[in-house]
Design a protein around this ligand. Structure first.
Ligand code: MG
Length: 394
């Protein structure tokens, strides 16, 4: 089998990659909805994969992996990797999880980021009323994640939250947090835990951009609340580096689990985090880290070091969800949950193979169709293509 074409179209806001072969089998992958600009970058790889056998996934990846980078520049490589696995699974007539070693669970836990509606306000009572709606959601989520600190409007909404720019911190100027800011965050977490109790786990996305001393003080102050994790306090999101030694100082100083990794590209950049015991939980995104086999390898290596995994994925779209589910079914015991990419109401119109409802009792049932197991209903999907992408399915 040979690759004859690589295409990319934006559906919803997500770039969708299509790899076409000479045997009539095609494969799909997807990047985050925050990256509709990615199309030219995907096409950069076209000449590097044409003529290759897509079922030799690793051999194709060796030709393109080194031309990716930290978020957002690992996305194209990652989406192509997903599409290669989709083809390999379809060609073999098995779901991708079989090619990754087989599943060890039939349902994969997912976690919710945010709530049924965006949060209004930055005060403890706003956080409490925001999370109060989560226990009633039909998906039955067991874990939710909320933004605080630099991953929220707090630095601007709460007076004297930081010691950085008097006009409010920017991404470049994030820095020391005041005692008032620290107390405000603790009050907000206490208010949320009061509502959620111990039935729904609470994770907190915090940064990036905090100082080590503030990260330690926050993590220690939150110890009585048993939060699931504190995410990306030092680096994360679009910081193109890791700073494992700083994370190690934080992680060694507290019993609160410390989490990072959604921006990281490739296994090599997790090595320090693992070998220095710098982190408790990692959150690589299969749509940024280099793909699903890359994520599988990282999860196994994390498990050897007693480190857990909760993959990032909130913006990964429906093929991203499919890729998550396939790999999550195979991850070792250190798997907690993947971040659920909230479904658009038209997803079930443009594809077959997604369960309906997708999330039941906080889990997604692993499906068994070949490849990623999700097939476009082309006539319906075409309605979501722009004029520029009209030939995507040709
Ligand atoms: Mg995050």
């Amino acid at each position: 089998m040979k690759i004859t074409d690589l295409k990319c179209a934006v559906i919803g806001q997500n770039p969708v990659v299509r790899i076409v072969t000479d045997e009539g089998i095609d494969g799909y992958g997807q990047a985050e909805s925050s990256k509709p600009y990615l199309k030219p970058h995907v096409m950069y790889y076209r000449d590097r994969i044409l003529g290759r056998d897509p079922t030799d996934v690793e051999r194709v990846m060796l030709g393109i992996r080194r031309y990716g980078g930290f978020k957002p520049w690992g996305s194209s490589v990652s989406a192509i990797e997903m599409a290669l696995w989709d083809i390999a699974g379809k060609a073999a007539g098995v779901p991708v999880y079989k090619l990754l070693g087989g599943k060890i669970r039939d349902r994969v836990r997912v976690y919710l980021t945010g709530g049924p509606e965006p949060i209004q306000g930055s005060d403890p009572e706003d956080f409490a009323s925001h999370v109060a709606r989560i226990p009633g959601m039909k998906e039955g989520f067991e874990i939710c994640k909320q933004g605080i600190a630099f991953h929220s409007p707090m630095p601007h909404a709460v007076p004297h939250f930081t010691y950085s720019d008097p006009d409010g911190p920017t991404l470049e100027s994030r820095g020391p947090i005041t005692e008032r800011g620290l107390n405000h965050m603790v009050d907000c977490v206490a208010a949320m835990k009061e509502v959620l109790g111990d039935r729904i786990g609470l994770a907190l996305d915090c940064g990036p951009g905090m100082m080590v001393t503030d990260a330690i003080r926050l993590a220690r102050a939150l110890e009585p609340y048993n939060v699931m994790w504190l995410e990306d306090m030092i680096t994360g999101d679009y910081t193109p580096y890791v700073l494992a030694d700083l994370y190690r100082q934080v992680t060694e100083s507290t019993s609160t689990p410390i989490h990072t990794g959604e921006q990281i590209y490739l296994r090599q950049h997790f090595k320090d985090l693992f070998e220095k015991q710098a982190i408790n939980i990692i959150g690589p995104d299969p749509a940024d880290v280099g793909g699903i086999a890359e994520l599988k390898w990282i999860a196994e290596y994390a498990d050897l070091h007693g480190i857990l995994i909760a993959p990032h994925g909130v913006l990964d779209g429906l093929f991203g969800l499919a890729a998550h589910v396939q790999v999550a079914a195979t991850l070792p015991r250190n798997y907690i949950a993947l971040e659920y990419p909230g479904a658009a109401d038209w997803w079930h119109e443009i594809v077959e193979g997604l369960p309906d409802p997708i999330v039941v009792d906080g889990h997604v049932q692993v499906w068994d169709a070949p490849g990623l197991g999700v097939r476009f209903v082309e006539e319906e999907a075409k309605k979501h293509l722009s004029e520029e992408d009209a030939g995507f399915f040709d």
